[in-house]
Design a protein around this ligand. Sequence first.
Ligand SMILES: [Fe+2]
Ligand SMILES: [Fe+2]
Length: 281
Amino acid sequence: MLKKCGIAHFFIRPDDQKRYRSYLAFNTASRTVDRNGTPEFRISQIQDIGSHLMEVCFHTGMDNLVLDRLQTVANDIVTCLEDDPRAVLHIQNLVDHDMYTYFHSTGVGILSVAIAKAMGENNADVLRCFALGGLLHDIGKRETPLHVLNKSGPLLDTEWDMMKKHPEDGFNAVKSLDVPEMVRDIILYHHEKRDGTGYPFRLSADKIPLPAQLVSIADIFNALTTTRSYHRKRTRFEALMLMKQDMLGKIWVDAFKGLITALTEGEAAADDKEIRSITLG
Ligand SMILES: [Fe+2]
Ligand SMILES: [Fe+2]
């Protein structure tokens, strides 16, 4: 429209740059996923749209309009995996980048649905809650200072304290919105560990809602399979082995088995054989 009016250049005031970026992100996020595309194409569209929506959430906060769009993306995730469960193998993980948290969020949404389905969950409403919970699990990080969020080295104690606030900040961010209790639980409890060493409440196994325990598996796996400044990207097999060796007392084993099933279901992928060789007794 500006072009039609003969305007080739315009300037954004520094104060308005954040709002302008959100406007662009929301426009990108308003596109729809092509249901006739290949699973790989659909997952890449879901991640593109979902990550831009998450960018809007981080810059301008949550409101009903964004929530409505996120619910559409959650539904796209569920239908995509219903049409082809192997679509989960096409999740892309961004190397250290501003968009990392946004891509991570969509990756966790997709993985959570895949795990739940592999564990036998077929209720579409429940699956959509897993997708939405995965998308929103780290929404509280919008309150975390950027120098802490993007720090390349280990965090100082004071910085850890700031990081550990994100589950409660996320819970507060959706408090006034029409978000299902299951999604609130996922946001608030996704860093609790079954041995009571997690945060923010150090809850033990029986006190942590199961949906949060499931999303926590997707969260850990997605982070391990992405290159970060403090660790290299692990292959799927390496990430699963590391989880098996170091985390079994902390994570929900049934959901971990669900993740292995989700990654090896149907037609064989290149790393199927080694992943299938992982035994949990
Ligand atoms: Fe988190
Ligand atoms: Fe996360």
